[in-house]
Design a protein around this ligand. Structure first.
Ligand code: ASP
Length: 318
């Protein structure tokens, strides 16, 4: 197959406060780089952007370190409810599931819904769909997330969010953060797609809806695609993903759109991060939080944002 466009790929495993030293950093780096290698090879073999996004999200959901699929955080009542969405920039279609339980890969339901007349399903509807598709029942609970919840329960839920990364040491700290995952891909045919999947903020009240299954946190056109992470309420208030994508669609460069949108988010004291690609192949990332766990493939090599300085807001490779 002749490659017409150089594929590009960027993924994230959440944003939050510090990564608890070098040990945490190297493990997260290994996890993210392994996913990049796998998904980039798929893009080089000619897979379309939506298929690459599906694969990347599945791999990240299956990694218990991240707060999506296996290893999702527990909500205030001790239950896991996951949300995921996918948007194909070429068809312009958004699909997703909100607060689904007992499935291994919520992104698979979102992917399936791309071709359904009803494209966003909430808890009950998602469970019905999983049953119809005969998706096996799956328990996404990990021991670490259970211990995290038990400890929070003892502290009477003083923390507003769960740990960015599931690590034993984090149980001893009040290191708030998150570990939602996201994938943005530009395929060899010039197609863009984005997917985002989460277990939510952790310790939230029942029925709270995450930005990860809303366009605010996951949005694409034929011009640009963005996946967000951070405090969902902040992402919704900024309407961050469409804010960046529409700016690019209207003619701004991706770098300028990120710069402007992150300057605004900073001014509004939001706690969030985002990863982005545009149709020309520019790759960008941004954060107002302390760290953003992202990695990318620029066509030549793999890079990541794990050591991005605390005060730095955006990075871009055009
Ligand atoms: N944005 C997600 C939420 O608020 C959490 C995260 O990104 O880690 O549900």
């Amino acid at each position: 197959m002749q490659v017409k466009v150089q594929p590009k790929l960027i993924i994230h495993g959440g944003a939050g406060s510090s990564l608890h030293g070098k040990g945490g950093l190297e493990t997260v780096r290994r996890s993210l780089h392994a996913v990049i290698e796998d998904v980039y090879a798929l893009l080089l073999s000619g897979a379309n952007a939506a298929a690459a996004v599906l694969r990347g999200c599945q791999l990240l959901e299956d990694d218990p370190r991240f707060n999506a699929g296996t290893g999702s955080v527990l909500q205030s009542d001790g239950q896991i409810r996951m949300s995921a969405s996918l948007m194909d920039g070429m068809s312009g279609r958004f699909s997703g599931v909100i607060n689904v339980s007992r499935v291994k890969n919520p992104i698979e339901l979102a992917y399936f819904l791309q071709n359904s007349p009803d494209r966003v399903l909430s808890d009950y509807g998602s469970a019905e769909l999983a049953r119809e598709l005969q998706v096996p029942s799956y328990n996404a609970l990990t021991e670490l997330r259970l211990q995290e919840w038990i400890q929070e329960r003892q502290d009477n839920f003083k923390r507003t969010m769960a740990g960015v990364i599931a690590e034993p040491e984090l149980l001893e700290t009040s290191n708030a953060g998150r570990g939602t995952i996201g994938v943005v891909a530009l395929d060899a045919h010039g197609g863009l797609a984005v997917g985002t999947s989460t277990g939510g903020k952790g310790f939230e009240r029942i029925g709270r809806v995450s930005d990860s299954a809303m366009p605010a946190g996951n949005y694409a056109t034929g011009h640009a695609a963005v996946s967000c992470t951070g405090i969902g309420e902040d992402i919704i208030d900024e309407c961050l993903a469409p804010r960046i994508v529409v700016r690019v669609t209207d003619g701004m460069t991706l770098k300028d759109a990120m710069q402007r949108s992150f300057a605004e988010a900073h001014e509004h004291q939001r706690d969030l991060g985002a990863i982005a690609l545009d149709a020309s192949g520019a790759i960008a990332w941004g954060k107002t939080s302390q760290v953003l766990l992202a990695a990318y493939h620029d066509g030549e090599k793999i890079g990541d944002t794990l050591e991005m300085a605390v005060g730095t807001q955006i990075g871009c490779i055009s």
